[in-house]
Design a protein around this ligand. Structure first.
Ligand code: HEM
Length: 427
């Protein structure tokens, strides 16, 4: 892969810039935040036992909340009955359908296969892992003993993956703000006029930026081995799925659906480790010994306690009985929204032994962190390798601890980590 330093900066982004995450406002939003995103498991454990598939309405819209492991997997796998519900908003952002918002079918298969031809597993060890290690270590060393873990993961993720995609940062704005607000817009349940406005403004800026980069690369004829370069080679060979429009859509889709996630998630795992001093010490020992596999297991287990989001949404495209043949079976009629809690599923004692204990040696089946079935995360293998490397760069430091006061407590916007400052002995 080609390295460029177009987007590299050894400084943590200044605290005074526009907040990367759109701030939720009002008492209601804060209450919802605490009830669902901080203490959801209290409700979910009750529902798993007494009402595993709960039907209710929000403002007249019928909704079903699915909480048990087997039923969550069933929803993941039944794309014909429960297609993803991100299509309209995603298209508003990307301009064209992108796999994250598409139902199964020839178009989805073509676009998914096209991405799989240019995002290769062999890039992970050959390029992405060493690059992530170098950038993470540089940022930690420059931090002088104190950093915001959210900003740290964001900086490393955007620098490494934008370079991998072949999309340098724009000079007319902050792509971290653009893509994060667009991700919030796509994932929000309900309406938020401020996010609608963000989607219009930042969607336009991002599409224009990516289009300019792609057309400039085509006109320059520059031959670079990054995701964009590989797409253009396939375009030149006349392969299906690689028109300029599809390439632009894919790059915008990846930047929006992917890059905001590691900073939203990894600090939540760090918070779980900081809450458990003995476990933290074990994870730190593994990091100091360079045992990436062990750090990955601690990270996965920590993420299980606070994954990407408590639940994922789906539409119901045709009538379907969830858990058919069981006493809890529930008919879900066409038109009902489905919220299925993969967070709850990973705490289901029917499938995950002693789920409330922290056990880094669980079987892989205990984890649905990157989804399951058709829409399972396209970057699962990338994230499984790169996230532990970022975490290791923090864990390796002597006297790693929360910063004093409020800064040292994780704050969130919705399900997304917002800030968690940690301190350590300067390197
Ligand atoms: C901590 C990091 C990440 C987590 C926890 C995560 C998790 C997920 C989950 C749960 C889904 C399935 C959503 C659903 O079924 O509704 C998903 C899909 C997806 N993710 Fe990730 N993701 C992460 C990072 C990334 C990154 C960095 C990228 C891109 C570089 C990415 C690209 C995608 C794409 C394209 C899809 C849709 C795949 C499809 O529809 O076939 N993700 N991710």
């Amino acid at each position: 892969m080609t390295n460029t330093d177009a987007s590299s900066s050894s400084e943590i982004a200044p605290i005074g810039r526009e907040p990367v995450l759109r701030q939720g406002s009002g008492f209601g939003a804060r209450l919802l935040q605490r009830a669902v995103f901080d203490h959801g498991e209290v409700l979910f454990s009750f529902l798993r036992a007494f009402k595993p598939i709960l039907a209710f309405s929000i403002k007249g819209q019928p909704v079903a909340l699915v909480t048990r492991y087997d039923d969550v997997k069933e929803v993941f796998l039944a794309d014909d009955a429960f297609p993803v519900s991100y299509a309209t908003k995603l298209k508003m952002v990307t301009g064209n359908p992108f796999i994250f918002g598409m139902r199964d079918g020839p178009d989805y298969r073509r676009d998914h296969a096209a991405l799989r031809k240019v995002i290769l597993d062999e890039d992970i060890d050959a390029h992405l892992a060493p690059r992530t290690r170098a950038v993470a270590e540089r940022v930690v060393a420059a931090a002088n003993g104190c950093l915001d873990s959210v900003e740290f993961v964001r900086q490393v993720t955007f620098e490494v993956l934008l370079e991998y995609f072949g999309v340098p940062k724009p000079t007319n704005g902050d792509i971290e703000v653009w893509s994060t607000r667009l991700f919030q817009y796509i994932c929000q349940v309900g309406d938020d006029p401020a996010l609608d406005k963000d989607a219009e403004v930042y969607g336009n800026l991002l599409r224009t930026h990516v289009h300019d980069i792609v057309t400039a690369r085509i006109s320059s004829g520059e031959d670079r081995d990054d995701v964009l370069g590989r797409c253009l080679k396939r375009q030149a060979a006349g392969e299906d799925g690689f028109s300029t429009e599809r390439i632009c859509t894919a790059l915008v889709g990846l930047i929006v659906a992917g890059l905001p996630q590691p900073p939203a998630v990894l600090p939540k795992a760090l918070e779980q480790l900081l809450r458990r001093s003995k476990i933290l010490a074990e994870a730190q020992r593994a990091a100091c010994e360079g045992d990436e596999g062990a750090v990955r297991r601690y990270m996965f287990e920590a993420m299980r306690f606070d994954p990407l989001t408590p639940f994922l949404p789906r539409n119901t495209a045709k009538d379907h009985v969830i858990a058919a043949g069981n006493r809890r079976a529930k008919a879900i009629e066409r038109g009902r929204h489905v919220l299925f809690s993969f967070a709850s599923s990973m705490m289901d004692e029917r499938r995950v032994a002693d789920p409330t204990s922290f056990n880094p040696n669980r079987p892989a089946s205990a984890y649905l962190l990157f989804g399951y079935g058709l829409h399972q995360c396209l970057a699962k293998n990338i994230c499984e390798k790169l996230l532990p490397i970022m975490l290791m760069a923090l864990l390796k430091n002597n006297n790693l601890a929360r910063a004093p006061g409020a800064e040292g407590r994780l704050t969130k916007q919705g399900a997304m980590a917002e800030r968690l400052v940690v301190c350590f002995d300067p390197q």
